[in-house]
Design a protein around this ligand. Sequence first.
Ligand code: CO8
Length: 268
Amino acid sequence: LKDYQHILTSRFESKDPEKPASLGVGLIELNQPKSLNSLSDALFEDLIDAARVFDKQEDIGSIVITGKGKAFAAGADIPEMSTKSFAEAYNSNMFSQWAEFKISKPIIAAVNGFALGGGCELAMMCDIVIASPNAKFGQPEVNLGIIPGAGGTQRLIRAVGKSKAMQMILTGEMITAEQAERDGLISKVVESREVLLEEALKIGYAIGEKGPIAIRMAKECVNAAEEMNLEQGLQFERRNFHALFATSDQKEGMGAFLDKRTPVWKNE
Ligand code: CO8
């Protein structure tokens, strides 16, 4: 990957000798700690570019996003947007680029600190969210006279239900990592900040051991549940399920089970 100004990228491979076939994990670290990784337009360009590059690399199975410093991301860049007029915001369709954040491989958000406003929204765009015990989640936009603008009013209600979403969005108050786990916003609070990345990579390696087509298809089907009614969703799932029987990986996965050996995936 190229050198980015606002993020750091690296790749990790499983060192587990029993799982040599696991695909690697692409790591993206938001790296603007001085502004608590505020999500400027330029940072977004780096983020989407790196995520797309990892998405194309065959030896990468998943992506982890985390933040450098004391924040995951403290939201949109306030100085950058503070002087915008309605016409500028409207005419440029401000923040519409975030709707393009569509990546086929699983993304794990490893939330290391503040995930506020656009930062909380970014975490919710990811597929799995884990957090360190000190992490804080919130939609504080009302404190600034605005509302969430990258999915907060839509994704939070799906994650935690109406009453909790309303409370966060209307009061702007932060919740702790522990509360976020209780509410179903995140899947796990890890033991300490120090082990956060390790835990995220472990999830990545576990994903990287599975059939890669099935993984991407499973993500697509789960995401479809938010767009479709139950009947359509069940049909979409079943048809994709059928389609997997056309892959050699399905024959390999079931064959390996029957032979009591580890499958060797071909991504085909
Ligand atoms: N944008 C730009 N700079 C920021 C931001 C931000 N969102 N948040 C913090 N910073 C800067 C501070 O200005 C400060 O800079 P400096 O050192 O130059 O004064 C530096 O980061 C450190 O921050 P603090 O000194 O404030 O650190 P504290 O530990 O005292 O407080 C807080 C941490 C509580 C996180 C506090 O910084 C804060 O409240 N930040 C603003 C959080 C916020 O309101 N976020 C929502 C922004 S609006 C938004 O996200 C709209 C979403 C629309 C779509 C977004 C798509 C990306």
